[in-house]
Design a protein around this ligand. Sequence first.
Ligand code: NAD
Length: 476
Amino acid sequence: MALDAEAVVKELRSTYTSGKTKTFEWRVSQLKAILKITANHEKDIVKALRSDLNKPEHETFVHEIAAVSSECDFALKELRGWMKPEKAKTTMTTYPSSAEIHSEPLGVVLNISTWNYPFLLSLQPVVGAIAAGNAVVLKPSELAPATSALLSKLLSQYMDTSAVRVVEGAVPETTALLDQKWDKIFYTGNGKVGRVIAAAAAKHLTPLVLELGGKCPAIVDSNINLKVAVRRIISGKWGCNSGQTCVSPDYIITTKAFSAQLVDGLTSELKKFYGKDPMQSNDFSSIINSRHFDRLTSLLDDEKVSGKVVFGGQRDKSNLKIVPTIVLNPPDDSLIMNDEIFGPLLPIITVNKVEDGIGKINAKEKPLAAYLFTNDKKLQKEFIRDVSAGSMAINETTLQIAEHSMPFGGVGESGFGAYHGKFSFEAFSHKKAVLTRSFAGDVEARYPPYSPGKLQFLKVMLSGNVFGIIRALLGW
Ligand code: NAD
């Protein structure tokens, strides 16, 4: 059946206008419904992710199912507190008065999701939208069709479809949705399409969150626990959907002197994790489709790069697998060092001094995430101060996004706006300032006809000078 985007939005807007989604009870019931989906359909979700990405059950459980349920649990625990108006301070300007900041839902919101974590990145923003009291349309990625179909089926089975709706489809359906007026659009995906979304949002002055990607660097110093560092790099790269993860390390910077040791450390752990013939391992995801497979292999087959492969490189198009691959010192002007890799290829580039890595990072666009492995406190400080990135982790990769207490979002070309935990609630709320006064304390000096005396009185009152204010009030 053809999509009638206008009718979908109209129906959801009428539900929103009824006030139903604003109630605490409705929000809780819908968050609990998502929890039920994760609890009752673990096997179905694992199966869908195997079908879309050959994603290992281990990763699907930890990165998709548990991440969604923990986001729901957290929202359920905190929701009452989040919904409470926040007291704000008042001054002499409005005396006597009280002030509060009320978080109100925005209305009817759209979440356009991507394929790499097709369950998590579809539902995590929906959790925030519901917690904040909005009606929401989810448009999952057509590139993960099994998960998209499952989401459509389960959400219509478990959730209030008068306010929470899944619209499946590709560019035509997304375009039809984007033609409508939304109260917020939340988009996860690449920056090129991000610009299409931003242009569509501009037509209706719709506020936007853009969760984009980019090249996430990791600087590796020599004064580290090498074994732990390489395990954490491997986990954040190949153990995160074969590097098809927006916050996976995209490339590594280390010193010339340390590079051989680092390559040895990585390769020996990779062999332990994925065996002597990683092509036989079922513990890393496949590439999402043949277009991305060809894109990745062309990065490797680039004549500036092909001779620099120091580990891996094998690929099998019939099952869309590319084994973990390390490239040492590809030139700065190679494609692999310029485009976001978003796959299982890891270039390592070398510098004379580890500190030079900061300049290398800053020569590129601001990344979504940046990592540093070092025990040098001074270098840690400089890295935090001098590198602008959506988020960072020191001596770790990717785990910074697992904490509900921290915002997840980009800066510069890696996007804008943030979510997770309370930041999701805020992303889908408007903070409404409410000032309340009684009829007492009406100051004559505020009103015309203006006079020098009235102006003098106001100058003293607004000066914050307590003695002056007392004098003015007493008319001395
Ligand atoms: P994708 O191809 O699934 O596209 C994302 C969404 O945009 C889909 O729902 C798709 O239907 C829609 N879309 C595609 N073309 C469109 C068009 N012309 N008009 C309107 N809608 C359109 O995903 P992708 O872009 O390949 O995702 C990978 C990118 O996403 C990478 O750059 C990655 O770094 C980034 N990413 C970012 C995050 C984050 O949280 N910051 C998370 C995951 C992925």
